[in-house]
Design a binder for this molecule. Structure first.
Ligand code: FES
Length: 291
């Protein structure tokens, strides 16, 4: 298991950058460039799920390998091998789940940079080491070398746990995969924010109401209001592209519907907060849309 200091040390490892960049480019080119790839990227990022898919899938290998660890320990402690087939099956099940988890993790990681990218690379390298040890364990078990296979699995479990620690750091400290849309308190009564004539057709305009940062958009005569920090990683939506009733984030291309903030295309998985609009006496007024 890693300590917080070791985790900080990994985050500072600049030598991980070139490898990270190369792998990231390969992942991006595999998941961008055609509508089919876009759909696959949406799926792997968890757009359909409403939050990232990766943390859900990581439970499969961790759960399976924990079962294998327990059954191996029972066998080693008692000398009874009646659960050996269960342990071997759990090792294989963990490998299948680990593969799915790795693919979804790469899809999510491709949008990171700097410190989160380095931590993500270290997380992946530890998992690759863990998976390699579990493949070795499965092979040794098949050949009847159970003690060696159990030893390899134990080492693999240590790697996976260390990788899990870094995964937690990515989510809870570096805020990868969490909702970046601002958790502000909007007015519950209509509040004037700007004159209607100042909002040109086909443009987005940033306005602040207290600590609430939103953008107003006029498209085809309709006015919309959304929070302007992208729910994915906080990109400036007011600098995004407007088309077909949607705004596209300039950072990684998430598309949100202007009328209700729903995710049309990922990698964002959380909807963009939106606000109710009315025009009174030449002023655009907003309030929180009842959810
Ligand atoms: S910040 Fe990534 S899509 Fe907006």
């Amino acid at each position: 298991m890693l300590t917080r200091e070791q985790s900080r040390l990994i985050e500072r490892q600049e030598w991980l950058e070139p490898t990270s960049e190369t792998v990231q480019k390969a992942v991006s080119s595999a998941l961008t460039g055609s509508p089919l790839k876009r759909r696959l990227d949406n799926f792997l990022n968890g757009v359909w799920l409403g939050h990232p898919l990766h943390p859900l899938l990581t439970d499969i290998p961790i759960g399976a390998w924990t079962v294998a660890l327990g059954l191996d320990a029972y066998e080693a402690g008692t000398g009874h091998a009646q659960f050996a087939p269960g342990a071997d099956a759990a090792v294989v099940m963990g490998l299948v789940g680990g593969f799915a988890s790795a693919i979804s993790g790469l899809a999510q990681w491709q949008y990171t940079d700097a410190q989160p990218r380095r931590t993500g690379m270290a997380h992946a390298l530890l998992n690759v080491t863990g998976v390699t040890l579990y493949i070795t364990s499965a092979a040794l078990r098949t050949r009847g070398k159970r003690s060696l296979g159990q030893g390899a699995a134990l080492l693999g479990y240590g790697c996976v746990m260390a990788a899990g620690y870094l995964g937690g750091d990515l989510a809870y400290n570096l805020r990868i995969g969490v909702n970046h849309a601002p958790g502000q308190t909007p007015p519950d009564r209509f509040t004037a924010v700007m004159p209607v004539h100042a909002l040109a057709e086909g443009t987005a305009h940033a306005v602040d109401v207290g600590d609430l940062r939103m953008m107003l958009v006029r498209q085809q005569g309709q006015i919309y209001a959304l929070a302007r920090e992208c729910a994915h990683l906080g990109g400036p939506l007011e600098e995004g592209t407007l088309a077909d009733g949607c705004v596209t984030c300039p950072w990684h291309g998430s598309r949100f519907a202007l009328d209700d903030g729903r995710v049309v295309d990922g990698p964002a998985t959380f909807p963009q907060p939106h606000f109710e609009i009315r025009v009174r006496e030449g002023q655009i007024e907003v309030r929180m849309t009842p959810q």
